[in-house]
Design a protein around this ligand. Sequence first.
Ligand SMILES: *Cc1c(COP(=O)(O)O)cnc(C)c1O
Length: 223
Amino acid sequence: MYLLEQNYAAVKTAIAAAASRSGRDPQAVLLVAVTKTVGIEAVRQAYSLGISDFGENRVQDAAAKVASMADARWHFIGYLQTNKVKDVLPAYSLIHSLDRSSLADALQSYAEKADLVADVLVQVNVAAEESKHGLAPAELASFLEYLRGLKRIRIHGLMTMAPYVEDAEEVRPVFRQLRLLRDQNASPGCPMPELSMGMTNDYQVAVEEGATIVRIGSALFSG
Ligand SMILES: *Cc1c(COP(=O)(O)O)cnc(C)c1O
C-alpha cells in the first residue's frame, strides 16, 4: 500500500473509533484533507482513494489545485482577505473562517452580484489566542444577529482551532466550549449543525466532543 493509502486508512479507523467512544455515527464526521503542503499529484491520489473534500488556507497557492480538481469540494480554512472574496466564493463549497462584519459584507455583496450563496462557518477563537483569528465567544451572539440581515450568507455552523499542545486531552474543553456555544446560539431558523474542529494533533478528542468536520493535513500527507 502507498503511504497516503495507509495514512487514510489509519485516520478513518481513528475517526470511527472516536465516534463510537462517544456513541456517534462515524458517517457523521466529514474528513477534509488539508492539502496546503502538497501538490496536485497528491490531491489527485487522495481523490482517487475516495477523499472528496479538500481544504486550503491560501488563495494564491491553492488556485492551480482548485482549478484542476473542480469536481472535488474545496473548503477555505484560512484567513480570508475581503479582496479575495471574488476568487474564493465561486470556487469553494464552504468558507470556514468568517470572523468579522467587513468580510460578511464583502461576501454578501459579491454573492448578490454573482447570484451565489455564501456557505459559511463562523470562526470562534475559543482559546483566546493572540496568534489566531476568530471572534471572541462573547461576540458570537451579536455577530450572528448581524449575519441574519445578510440574505446571501448561509450559516452552517462554527469552526475553531485549538492551541497546539502535546497532550490533546488539554484542549478537550476548547472543543466542548465550541459545541456549547453552538447549542446556546442555535435557533430553528439557524440550527448550525456543523462543528469544524480537530486537526492532526487533536481530531480524535474533537470527534469525541462532537466535531462534524475534521481538517487533517499531516496525518494524511506526511510521515
Ligand atoms: C493546516 C491547517 C489544518 C491541518 O493541520 P494538520 O495539523 O496538518 O492536520 C487544519 N486547519 C487549519 C485552519 C489549518 O491551517
